[in-house]
Design a protein around this ligand. Structure first.
Ligand code: MN
Length: 336
């Protein structure tokens, strides 16, 4: 009973990329992952779940189908007697005021006595877990304010949605310099939402998003976390979701090696795909996009197959003052 499941950066949304039904299929991908989390809690008799911000993707306005999907998933946990703790992330907050209290989660607050929405920083003793005090902090624009809350807060843990200095935000070695300086706050375990790459910085753990949302997630393994609040031990529980996979195809028949229900971006440097290649992709991926690149190294210019030549022509016309028709003809000849 001392366990809690942590999940963050779910970003419920009607993402249009790779969806032919106005984003509903992508919304279903997201909901599926949350339902995996729910089934894990039930199977392991876990009675506490914390969602560490960015429940929604869109700030300010949330589509009703998106809102209802989240509410239905949330009710799964609440109806099973699971206590749910939520802190709003920056995506859940009002865009204009940056106020922590104006967020899209407030209307859900009265849904159940099991639901705790922390629109303001709050030191909370978790029910049934005597002595386990968690400092919940929603996204706060002002880092100094966050720093003050996490200094001398007398909590066992901090659950936050924050930018932390030293975090990686893209798949390079670059680390952000701005954000919370961990050396200035209490030396307690911090679990955070916000940045989507799962990672650890000192005593802070970024959960990361629980599924791939775009090609910026390519190559990352996503999960939610199970934390033992008494011992402090935690483990990542991998999730299942369609992956965003980027592949460069230098030999055209390598297309036939592709076989998984994922979203593919194929950068084709060899020659154009045949009808058979397309048929294979149709049957052996969840969805795909093909980009033809004229140069292997620099990708001088690219075009999507959907509007291949229209895009290419527009690009060339916009980018080159003179001789663009000749360049377009050469490019078209190369692509064909
Ligand atoms: Mn996020």
């Amino acid at each position: 009973m001392s366990k809690i499941v942590l999940i963050s950066d779910i970003h419920y949304h009607l993402f249009h990329a790779f969806s032919t039904d106005g984003g509903r299929s992508r919304l279903a991908d997201i909901s599926n992952v949350v339902q995996q989390c729910f089934r894990y809690c039930v199977a392991n008799n876990i009675k506490h779940v914390a969602i560490l911000g960015d429940i929604f993707e869109k700030r300010g306005i949330v589509d009703s189908i998106v809102y209802n999907t989240f509410a239905a998933d949330l009710k799964l946990f609440l109806n099973a007697g699971i206590e749910v703790y939520i802190i709003p992330g920056n995506h859940d907050q009002d865009l204009i005021s940056n106020a922590t209290t104006a967020n899209s989660l407030e209307p859900l607050a009265k849904l159940s006595p099991n639901l705790h929405i922390f629109s303001e920083p709050c030191l909370h003793v978790l029910g049934g877990l005597q002595g386990v005090r968690v400092q919940f902090v929603p996204y706060i624009h002002d880092t100094k304010q966050l720093q003050a809350i996490l200094s001398g807060c007398k909590a066992s843990y901090a659950f936050v949605h924050a930018g932390i200095a030293g975090a990686r935000i893209q798949d390079t070695d670059y680390k952000v310099k701005e954000g919370l300086d961990l050396s200035t706050v209490d030396d307690i375990p911090i679990f955070s939402g916000h940045y989507h790459i799962p990672q650890t910085i000192g005593n802070a753990v970024y959960l990361g998003s629980p599924l791939h949302h775009s090609f910026s997630d390519t190559g990352q393994e996503k999960s939610f976390i199970e934390l033992d609040l008494i011992t402090g031990a935690y483990k990542r529980i991998p999730t299942l979701y369609p992956k965003f996979i980027k592949l460069q195809i230098d030999k055209i028949d390598d297309i036939y090696n592709i076989d998984s229900p994922d979203y593919y971006k194929l950068i084709v440097t060899d020659k154009t795909l045949s009808a058979e290649h397309f048929a294979h992709l149709q049957a052996h991926t969840k969805s795909y996009d093909v980009v033809y690149s004229l140069k292997k190294e620099t990708q001088l210019f690219t075009s999507s197959i959907d509007s291949e030549f229209a895009c290419l022509r527009k690009f060339i016309e916009n980018e080159f003052d003179q001789g663009h028709l000749q360049l377009y003809k050469e490019a078209k000849r190369y692509l064909c």
